[in-house]
Design a protein. Sequence first.
Length: 95
Amino acid sequence: MTPALKYTLGRVGLFVACILVLLPVPLNIWVKLMVAVVASFALQFVVLRKWRLEMIGQVDEAMARRRQEKKRLRAALAGEDETDGGQGGEDPASR
């Protein structure tokens, strides 16, 4: 299971748990939902810290891969050769 999916399901589960705790409380349903949203938001910082950090790591890795791919594609479009890093090879002016 990916860290993002695990974290998302954890947040939903935390929200549901907060709602279940508030069910016996004699309040309007909308008030219960609002309290559950605020409580689950606050609790997720403590309870789901490990999963949040795993998800952040996964997103950072994906962004680094995308940046590298973008850099590689720009170099290819500019006519630079990857093997020599654009140093030497055919002179662009001779094309």
